[in-house]
Design a protein around this ligand. Structure first.
Ligand SMILES: Nc1nc2c(ncn2[C@@H]2O[C@H](COP(=O)(O)OP(=O)(O)OP(=O)(O)O)[C@@H](O)[C@H]2O)c(=O)[nH]1
Ligand SMILES: [Mg+2]
Length: 372
């Protein structure tokens, strides 16, 4: 059979996560062309179904430029998971991750590649905190938040780094595959996730660059980024022992007890309802508020909306009612059979109820999104 290969494969894939970045795409591709001359590269945009037509814009460019393509994800959001999927869709031996909003200095890419090859490093990182680098025109608040988050990350880091929060880096493919089984894929901090997921301490070099100001489009950073960051730290430290979502789920459950007591007090003592009716109202209010808080925080990446929200609330209420009945039933059985004292009986009942609620609602209320 005739030899079919004609062109060399790609050496470097640049992964560019996008959410509403349409007006930055064209300038970014032009800049990549000018700084990556002499390198076999491709740009993989990973777009989470942006409303502004980012994916269409990339496809338009890709029709005239085979170095460019888009991975269009539907029904999912998340910077870290987008980067992972982008990297996995590539066959290149070297992988770079870079923001698509022109804030990262693309001119650093050739130096990163040279450093990886010449000095047999595992990873090269664009760093704002080594000499010569800078965060540019950041507000004092943002600079403080970034420094604080960096300090917190020392808790889980194996490789000491000046800028583990950077979203701009290049690595060898085998490092990604080594980290893959342990990745959390939560939130914004994909570099931190990778570095803390490999068994070995990585050989890393940080190269300085200045973080540019955003020209077009809007920042996606919001206060939820802090929550997702905490979830990542929890998953990396306790995820081995307990599913990370169980922790906020149980904390919100604890909060539900206070809501229950407050509503019971209002209904029973204040409004004069019978104890049984007061209990019913209190349980319903507590379950409902727990459902909404979990939907907002614990299952933020799978949050239910519209009709899904109503269906989710019904399945959550049914599951938690069964959980409450088994909680009381088990505690009563243990206590009456003299197996445990009243405190231990009650605590065992609570734990069984909480695990049941978590397990059932994670499968039925917030099931994993179906393939689109
Ligand atoms: N695919 C995907 N990309 C995202 C998501 N959130 C943010 N991005 C992209 O990730 C990159 C970084 O997000 P930014 O909002 O710019 O975050 P930042 O650079 O830390 O913050 P600013 O300095 O305020 O811009 C940008 O290219 C975004 O379009 C997401 O949920 N999914
Ligand atoms: Mg940005």
């Amino acid at each position: 059979m005739a030899e079919q290969r004609s062109e060399p494969g790609v050496e470097l894939s640049v992964i560019l996560p996008t959410y509403n970045e349409r007006d930055n795409i064209s300038a970014l591709v032009t800049r990549l062309h000018s700084c990556l001359q002499g390198i076999e590269w491709e740009a993989i945009f990973v777009d989470d179904d942006s409303q502004d037509g980012t994916a269409d814009r990339v496809r338009e460019i890709a029709r005239a430029d085979r170095r460019v393509r888009v991975l269009h994800r539907v029904g999912r959001r998340g910077l870290a998971s987008a980067c992972i999927e982008g990297m996995l869709s590539s066959s290149a031996p070297y992988l770079a991750v870079m923001d698509a909003d022109l804030q990262h200095d693309e001119q650093l890419l050739p130096a990163m590649l040279t450093a990886l090859k010449a000095d047999s490093l595992d990873m090269a990182i664009g760093s704002r905190y080594v000499p010569g680098g800078s965060t540019g025109a950041w507000s004092a608040d943002r600079a403080f938040a970034s420094r604080f988050a960096t300090r917190l990350s020392e808790w889980i880091l194996k490789t000491p780094l000046q800028d583990p929060m950077s979203g701009f880096f290049m690595l060898r493919r085998d490092i990604l595959h080594e980290a893959l089984p342990n990745l959390s894929a939560i939130g914004f901090k994909i570099l931190l996730d990778i570095i803390s997921s490999t068994k070995q301490v990585l050989r890393v070099r940080e190269l300085p660059y200045t973080f540019r100001a955003r020209q077009a489009g809007e920042s996606k950073l919001d206060s939820m980024v802090i929550w997702e960051y905490l979830m990542l730290l929890l998953d990396k430290s306790l995820g081995r022992y307990v599913p990370v979502r169980f922790i906020p789920f149980a904390m919100i459950g604890g909060l539900g007890v206070f809501v229950h007591m407050a509503v019971l007090w209002l209904a029973f003592q204040g409004a004069g309802f019978s104890f049984a009716v007061g209990q019913g109202i209190a349980a319903l209010v507590a379950m409902t508020s727990n459902f909404f808080i979990n939907n907002l925080f614990t299952y933020r990446d799978r949050r239910l909306e519209g009709w899904g929200l109503v269906k989710g609330w019904i399945s959550f209420s049914i599951a938690c009612s069964i959980g409450a009945i088994s909680n009381v039933g088990i505690a009563t059985y243990l206590f009456e059979a003299n197996t445990a004292g009243w405190i231990s009986s009650a605590l065992i009942g609570i734990v069984v109820g909480a695990v049941w609620n978590y397990a059932v609602t994670s499968v039925y209320t917030w099931s994993k999104p179906k393939a689109a």
